[in-house]
Design a protein around this ligand. Structure first.
Ligand code: ATP
Ligand code: MG
Length: 317
């Protein structure tokens, strides 16, 4: 994703055009069936190596942008990953963020809520993990589980200690509204939100589960519960579609990322993160004239001390 003779403006335009196929920033009319999990944007499997090279360059660009984000210490970025099991969340996070300074990234995986977490409102545990300014926060699963797994398994909702009058048919629409409002709140506080649904097909998930069973090094990744969830596939897909419809917005768009080809998934996610950072017009903080004079004076002192040190033949530091 280097510029290859293109100027930054052209490069940005190209990324934007590419991403327009996957970005959903208006939920109305969104249909999951318009999104093909096997899509590779016309890139053939043989171009995988090229795509890998592109990803590597993207990772380098990301590292450069992240340094500025950190130095500026104003904005934060929150990347949310949601998917069915074996869609490649972990691998995507690992590859896309591989060049980024670990000090600038905060990753958090949301598991089944603890009893303390269940005793609070559902955004409580997420808000505690929202990224600091200058940082990229990654949610591996998130409060979106509240309109996905909790919707598919009503017994999970029953465990949330909600007052009965608040549990009605409207609860999902209300949660969408509350999540959208929360994300608007984050964006108004300088925390940029980008959401990724890694869209893997039912068949590809089956193949990946089989690989997890056949390869002893992957056995640990497989759980019977994951296989049982496959029986609820259609309910999950409906829940995803409704969730995306209810929570896609300009300030916090969803990306529906084709996930049957891992190399392509990573490319789309890297492009989306780079695009988000470009939008912030990041730059290293400039110092004022007085500070600059101070720096130059210090420089002169350091230089003269160095020369003096050498004259005496000492090893001063
Ligand atoms: P891996 O891909 O490594 O399996 P994972 O994200 O699936 O990672 P697990 O520990 O296997 O991690 O699963 C976490 C489980 O917690 C998921 O099944 C998820 O649906 C569930 N979970 C997360 N948030 C909630 C929530 N708010 N309410 C109920 N269940 C939740
Ligand atoms: Mg799991």
């Amino acid at each position: 994703m280097a510029k290859d003779g293109m100027d930054t403006k052209q490069f940005r335009k190209r990324i934007e055009r590419f991403l327009s196929h996957y970005r959903v920033d208006r939920g109305k009319g969104f249909r999951l069936r318009d999104h093909d999990p096997t899509d590779t944007h016309g890139l053939e499997d043989e171009q995988k190596d090229e795509a890998r090279e592109l990803l590597q360059r993207g990772v380098a660009e990301l590292s450069r942008l992240q340094e500025m984000l950190y130095a500026q210490d104003r904005w934060a970025v929150l990347l949310i990953f949601q998917a069915m099991d074996a869609a490649g969340k972990d691998g995507t996070i690992k590859h896309v963020m591989s060049g980024v300074n670990p000090q600038g990234v905060q990753v958090f995986s949301f598991k089944q809520p603890s009893s303390e977490e269940l005793d609070h409102d559902f955004l409580w545990r997420a808000q505690k993990r929202a990224p600091e300014r200058g940082r990229i926060g990654i949610f591996n699963r998130s409060y979106y589980e509240e309109t996905l797994v909790v919707r598919v398994h009503p017994e999970l909702l029953a465990r949330q200690h909600l007052p009965p009058p608040l549990i009605s048919k409207k609860i999902w629409a209300e949660r969408f509204e509350d999540i959208a409002a929360y994300e608007r709140y984050l964006s108004r506080n300088g925390i940029l939100v980008r959401k990724f649904f890694l869209n893997v097909s039912h068949e590809e998930q089956r193949r990946r589960f089989l690989a997890r069973i056949d390869d002893p090094d992957k056995n640990w990744k497989f759980s019977m519960a994951d296989a049982r969830e496959r029986e609820h596939w259609n309910e999950y897909m409906r829940a995803y579609q409704e969730t995306i419809r209810g929570t896609a917005s300009k300030e916090a768009p969803w990306f529906v990322v084709p996930a049957d080809h891992k190399w392509f998934t990573r490319l789309v996610v890297a492009a989306a993160v780079i695009d988000a950072l470009y939008g912030l017009d990041l730059a290293f903080p400039k110092v004022d004239a007085a500070k600059r004079r101070e720096l130059l004076a210090t420089r002169r002192v350091l230089e003269s001390r160095g020369r003096a040190g050498r004259k005496k033949g000492g090893r001063r530091s």
